[in-house]
Design a protein around this ligand. Sequence first.
Ligand SMILES: [Zn+2]
Ligand SMILES: [Zn+2]
Length: 171
Amino acid sequence: MTSITKKEFIYNLEKTVHHVDKHYFNDKITTHPNLKKLKVEWSNKMKICAGNVCVYKDGKAIIRLSKPILNKQPSIDILRILIHEMIHLILILDQNDNTHGTNFLNYINLFSEKYKIKVPIKHNFRTIDRKYHWICTKCDFRISYLTKRRPPKKHLSNGDTCHGPCIRKLN
Ligand SMILES: [Zn+2]
Ligand SMILES: [Zn+2]
């Protein structure tokens, strides 16, 4: 994936998908006989799921990536989510399997072993590794962020508001 820049990722998703298909799926997705047309787009509305894929009866498919969640993430995280959705897509096209079952896990393992890419298993963006962890010095409040940002000045602790300072915790 070295030949694709972050900018291309963001602005040319179609190209990215072809690139990913070629590199990791032997072009099997974009040339799949059960696929008529593949659209990829950013969604401004997706706030919980980082990505999803829909395959329609007429053979059209659409992959959506959440702009609010992925916008500020490094391209490797966007790639991981995109691959997740593309695995769903090929499994749906191949065998109508839209689960995170054995077939899905086989792909996850393949990506991990062959390409050293950790593809998240669930859609929920909490499963993306959050890198910025904070812990309250007074209570047990913990919060993690994907991006570098400060923790809230106050938080709930056993039903009470705690103003204890949060310190950055590494890992
Ligand atoms: Zn999934
Ligand atoms: Zn606290």
